[in-house]
Design a protein around this ligand. Sequence first.
Ligand SMILES: Nc1ncnc2c1ncn2[C@@H]1O[C@H](COP(=O)(O)OP(=O)(O)OP(=O)(O)O)[C@@H](O)[C@H]1O
Length: 241
Amino acid sequence: MDPILEIRHLSKAFGGIKAVNDVSFCLGKGELLGLIGPNGSGKSTCVNLISGAYIPDSGQVLFCGKDIQGSNICQRARMGIGRTFQTPKPFNGLTVYDSVYTVALQSCAYKEAADKTEEILEMMELADLSRMFCEKLPIEKRKWLDMARILANDPKVIMLDEVMAGLNPAEMEESIRLVRKLNESGISIIFIEHVMKAVIKLSHRLVVLNEGKLLCGGDPEEVMRNESVIKAYLGGGRHRA
Ligand SMILES: Nc1ncnc2c1ncn2[C@@H]1O[C@H](COP(=O)(O)OP(=O)(O)OP(=O)(O)O)[C@@H](O)[C@H]1O
């Protein structure tokens, strides 16, 4: 595998809680990697460490072979590391078009930004809604708009944090199709998800966290049959009895 992202021995504690404890894994170029684990297993903390929102206690993140430890969240976004949040974060008061256009303008001139915005809205199937105010969008489309805004930064890697949460089965199928389309456009994806149907359908490979540690990784079907994974899920993670 030719890695675009390498996570080496990452650790992050909050008080006495080792949220991420000596975790190492790679994301290959063009790969769609499912990052799964029970509630509280450290998935979002990993994403925050990779995106630069959190500074690790120890460990390294390598992007395209380069240690990016010294760079902050904005610099990493400009390098091509994008992420969505569990709850969509629309720019209220802006239209769908302007939400993407304002991001595109950060790296392009007016005309180029306009062309880029139209192309992204077409790709994310939001073109018909381009004049709608973001806050009026249904939840599924807000999630697509989050992805569209990230695309305006020309990402090489996108980390999708629970994009399927709160969607009905039909919306989920549509979102699965869009995530696959993003990946097929050449973007490497880390897909953090609890909806196993989506995980199995989309992931080329899985990495499983449990209580902050790497439990196992590999082929999705095999990982889902792994007894330690089944036990971890039945145990329900750190937040449950
Ligand atoms: N900012 C923080 N301050 C204190 N504790 C935190 C913080 N962020 C995460 N934690 C704790 O770290 C552990 C890992 O949390 P994290 O959100 O990374 O897990 P997760 O696998 O993403 O969970 P979920 O699937 O429920 O979103 C949890 O025990 C959580 O309570």
